[in-house]
Write a protein that binds this ligand. Structure first.
Ligand SMILES: [Mg+2]
Length: 137
């Protein structure tokens, strides 16, 4: 079975009140958004009538800061490169499980590089925009 995969921000999502690219019936979504954002992300997708399987980044944006009680700091590992590594690994894991991704829709050149390194057989559809007015990388 060959399907396509879609990033969220800059592909499906361009902010409230704007429509983006929509995945097909059996396609999947692979986002760099952390798993801790699952509830809000599912809510946003469902409000657009999108119910596709959703795979989320296992890294958190914030991690505990033990210097401060109940403190948090930015996770130095979380970022665009890590998101690309995650997506490439996810695509390869799905392939090992018999789900082949034919095309991945992505807007971030940094992530595209990481996915291409790991998944040379996947065609990347690079969505380019002329500014970051609606959504940032
Ligand atoms: Mg994106």
């Amino acid at each position: 079975m060959k399907i396509n995969s879609f990033d969220i921000d800059g592909v499906i999502y361009f902010g409230e009140g704007t429509t983006g690219v929509r995945p097909g019936k059996d396609d999947i979504i692979i986002t760099g958004r952390p798993f801790t954002d699952r509830e809000a992300t599912v809510k946003m997708l469902e409000s657009r009538g999108i119910y596709n399987t959703l795979y989320m980044n296992p890294l958190k944006r914030k991690i505990p800061d033990y210097r401060i009680t109940h403190g948090q700091k930015d996770n130095p590992l979380y970022g665009r490169k890590a998101s690309g590594i995650f997506k490439g690994q996810m695509i390869n894991m799905l392939k090992d499980l018999g789900v082949e991704i034919q095309m991945h829709f992505e807007d971030d050149p940094i992530q595209i590089k990481e996915i291409q390194k790991r998944c040379p057989d996947v065609s990347i559809v690079h969505l380019k925009r002329d500014n970051e007015e609606r959504v940032k990388y």
